[in-house]
Design a protein around this ligand. Structure first.
Ligand SMILES: [Zn+2]
Ligand SMILES: [Zn+2]
Length: 117
């Protein structure tokens, strides 16, 4: 099999939970054109289209450390606790997260759901 070396086509990041999709320019822990920034995780990064500053960038999302699904950084889709977790894995392994995080998630669930008596 031959490998093509010119991959100039724009790649698109798509969140597999909410469907958010956006082109990204870089994936990894050290976005280019930034001074000594190292991200805590491998992220999908795009240059901030609204900023003339080349060092500004936006983190679109990352891959879940458990199931390696692509998820955006929105609080409904993923959680960062030492690693990135998608919300599906968070709810599956909720008992393994610290109480503080469990409480925060419970609070969020309550506020997003209509009152259940
Ligand atoms: Zn999402
Ligand atoms: Zn996951």
């Amino acid at each position: 099999m031959e490998k093509t070396t010119s991959e100039t086509r724009q790649k698109t990041f798509t969140c597999q939970l909410c469907g958010l999709s956006s082109p990204f320019t870089y994936v990894g822990q050290k976005p280019p054109n930034t001074r000594a920034i190292v991200l805590l995780e491998e992220c999908f990064v795009t240059q901030d289209p609204f900023s003339p500053d080349k060092e500004k960038f936006l983190v679109l999302g990352s891959t879940c450390s458990v199931c390696s699904m692509c998820v955006c950084v929105g609080s409904d889709c993923s959680l960062f606790y030492t690693k990135r977790f998608c919300m599906q894995c968070v709810s599956k392994h909720l008992d393994q997260f610290p109480r503080q995080i469990q409480a925060e998630l419970a609070k969020k669930k309550q506020s997003s759901k209509a009152a259940v008596s």
